[in-house]
Design a protein around this ligand. Structure first.
Ligand SMILES: Nc1nc2c(ncn2[C@@H]2O[C@H](COP(=O)(O)OP(=O)(O)O)[C@@H](O)[C@H]2O)c(=O)[nH]1
Ligand SMILES: [Mg+2]
Length: 244
């Protein structure tokens, strides 16, 4: 059944203002994506809105409720395991806040299903800098963070911190079997670094990233410092183990 093959995982923390609109847009796409929301017990009632919406979309909309806010990495790991167990073949990561345009999922799907790509990355930096409405400091931090990550890890991807990514299930399976360490932005880098080291075919397509209009960012200092220092230890351990 084609509608059971592809799923979009959306992690949420306090996204009540965005979640229903983004679900509606994904459900309207021609590709028959399922959706899995992974909510970390948002105090604003995000999960309750999703549950209500599920009543009319039982076969395509799903929810994992976690006890508390534990980071985007662990939320995705929960979601990946669920998607693999439920036999989805094409598994996407996407933010809830409309920074990622749901219409790009259809473009990404073509690469993942028809062009022999194992990991398709929605990239802000493949063609220049395609970021709209972010303050210039945030654009610069993000751009140079990606450059830093590229140099330290040796992974030839322009947007290593992108959170708009599609994976073939076999890639996630193999990465999960070997363990994922990071929780914040570094998680996104770690996933691509490991897929690259496992010799999968990664491909970036340019996307336009737009800052959220509703709700607020969950970025904080500990997420940044995890990325800065964690990457160095990840690279060193890869050199010694020769696998990751
Ligand atoms: N489940 C879960 N979702 C999170 C967590 N932190 C962020 N998110 C979600 O991850 C996505 C990206 O987060 P956001 O705050 O927009 O990050 P930014 O775009 O880098 O500022 C959004 O859908 C958030 O609601 C978390 O700890 N747990
Ligand atoms: Mg955001």
């Amino acid at each position: 059944m084609s509608d059971r093959k592809s799923i979009v995982i959306i992690p949420t923390f306090n996204e009540a203002e965005n979640i229903i609109d983004i679900i509606n847009e994904v459900l309207l796409l021609k590709d028959n994506f399922s959706i899995l929301v992974v909510d970390d017990n948002s105090p604003d009632g995000t999960a309750e809105l999703v549950k209500k919406k599920m009543e009319l979309n039982k076969h395509r909309l799903f929810l994992i409720e976690r006890e508390k806010k534990l980071g985007i990495g662990p939320a995705y790991i929960n979601g990946f395991k669920w998607a693999i167990k439920n036999e989805y073949e094409n598994i996407y990561e996407m933010d809830a806040d409309f920074s990622h345009n749901p219409y790009d999922l259809s473009r990404m799907q073509v690469f993942l299903t028809q062009n022999g790509v194992d990991v398709v990355i929605g990239s802000r930096y493949k063609t220049g800098v395609n970021v709209v409405n972010w303050p210039i400091q945030r654009v610069l931090i993000s751009y140079f963070a990606c450059m830093y990550a590229r140099i330290i890890t040796g992974t030839p991807i322009m947007d290593l911190t992108s959170g708009f990514v599609g994976y073939k299930a076999k890639v996630l399976n193999e990465i999960l079997n070997n363990g994922i360490k990071f929780k914040g932005y570094a998680f996104q880098i770690e996933m691509k670094f490991k897929a690259y080291n496992l010799k999968y075919n990664l491909y970036e397509i340019p996307i336009i990233f737009t800052d959220r209009v509703k709700g607020s960012s969950k970025l904080n200092l500990s997420i940044i410092s995890e990325a800065i220092f964690g990457l160095i230890t990840m690279k060193i351990s890869q050199i010694f183990t020769k696998i990751f």
